[in-house]
Design a protein around this ligand. Structure first.
Ligand code: 7XF
Length: 399
């Protein structure tokens, strides 16, 4: 908490100030970047004591860095967590967490629709080491309930899910998982803590690809894990320190903090523009379907309102008749909107999940899970919404 400030500061204020006081750093208004890999001890005895955990102090940059520590405090505050740990990418955040919590013979329940490389980690990566991975549709709470008979060690899902913006009921899943003492880990990348804070619904850990909205400018890769102090310490000490070594650069930590200063403004703008574009697309006769949480015909409208409030986020999923070919034609017709994977940037990006971010799923799985060839993912950026709609309009007009 900041010096001389009211106890309850708003999230936008905390995203700017939390965890840093200029007076501790020669008055520097923005946090310094500590580009160091190691830390000098005054004496051999002091070094031994710090290593043994008998006195506080920094040892080595793989596990702690002062610039990162400010970022970690800030994210913990925004997610309403005790603590957080930064990692080199979103996948590093997920893998460091899973290496920490799971061992051979354990079972994890995973939602069937997640980012392609997360799916690859669970289906091909960690499964190789003897962890049983069960994929289910977590929008169906009966499936979640049935799986608890397997006595899972952990439950993992994204909400909203990448790429088709399904929403999973965090509180309901958590209640069932906690009855069998399973950890609940939620990937909050799409929503950001501006829209939803999974720990407030009972989840144990939140993971992020900070490459996306938290960084916000498409110029870095990073990940974060937030939760209670004991669990985060374990992820830092096991998953990060000895199992993955996937540490975030202090320079990237600084850039994420620069991004965080405008996080709430950006997420509000992403959401209002995406909402206008989703409405525009819904009214277009050439568009087969549009998936966006604030649309009246959205499948989980009540849950979306309860869990996410008024903001729907930046991601719209849509379909044209005509499969891969129609989708490619739409993408190729766009001018201002660029064809690229990733999301949460200032630039509006469009991609074709079946052949890009989710190509790792088999064709049958994709068809069954709603990641079919017709699906297009639009990640709405921060440009003037009229310009975006004009670009989409002309691209559809030339289909
Ligand atoms: O390791 P990264 O920082 O790229 O983050 C991985 C990741 C984790 N969770 C979610 C919900 C994600 O969307 C991502 C990365 N997704 C990008 C995308 O879907 O466009 C990756 C581009 S291939």
């Amino acid at each position: 908490m900041l010096k001389n400030s009211p106890k309850e500061l708003g999230p936008a204020t905390r995203a700017i100030h939390e965890g840093y006081s200029p007076s501790d750093h020669m008055g520097a208004l923005t946090p310094p970047i500590f580009m160091t890999s190691t830390y000098a001890f005054e004496t051999a005895e002091e070094g031994s004591e710090i290593f043994a955990g008998e006195r506080p102090g920094l040892v080595y940059g793989r596990t702690k860095n002062p610039t990162q520590a400010i970022l970690e405090t800030r994210i913990a505050s925004l997610e309403n967590a005790d603590a957080a740990v930064a990692t080199a990418s979103g996948i590093a955040a997920i893998t460091a967490t899973m290496w920490t919590l799971l061992k051979a013979g354990d079972t994890i329940i995973v939602d069937q629709v997640i980012y392609g490389c997360s799916f690859a980690f669970f289906s091909k990566g960690i499964a190789k080491f003897g962890v049983n991975v069960k994929f289910i549709d977590m929008t169906d709470l009966d499936q979640v309930r049935d799986c608890m008979a397997l006595k899972p060690k952990a439950v993992f899902f994204e909400t909203p899910s990448n790429p088709n913006v399904r929403i999973i009921d965090i509180a309901a899943v958590t209640e069932m998982a906690h009855e069998v003492e399973a950890f609940v880990i939620v990937d909050n990348t799409f929503a950001t803590p501006v829209i939803q804070r999974p720990l407030e619904h009972g989840a144990d850990l939140v993971v992020h690809s900070a490459t996306k909205f938290l960084g916000g400018h498409g110029d870095l890769l990073a990940g974060l894990v937030a939760g209670d102090q004991g669990l985060v310490d374990r992820v830092r000490g096991e998953g990060l320190r000895v199992l993955s070594g996937a540490t975030l650069s202090p320079h990237s930590a600084f850039l994420i903090m620069r991004g965080l200063k405008t996080l709430s403004l950006r997420v509000e703008r992403h959401s209002s523009s995406a909402s206008s574009i989703a409405k525009f697309l819904s009214g277009n006769e050439k568009v087969k379907s549009v998936i966006y949480p604030t649309l009246p015909d959205y499948a989980s409208r009540d849950l979306a309102a309860r869990q996410m409030g008024d903001l729907g986020g930046a991601i719209i999923a849509l379909r044209f008749d005509g499969g891969l070919e129609a989708g490619r034609r739409f993408i190729n017709n766009l001018g201002l909107i660029k064809c690229a994977v990733s999301l949460g940037d200032a630039e509006t990006l469009v991609q074709h999940p079946a052949s890009m971010t989710h190509g790792i799923y088999g064709p049958e799985e994709r068809a069954k899970f709603g990641i079919d060839d017709e699906l297009i993912r639009l990640a709405v950026g921060l440009e003037d919404v009229e310009d975006l709609i004009a670009d989409i309009d002309q691209a559809i007009g030339r289909l």
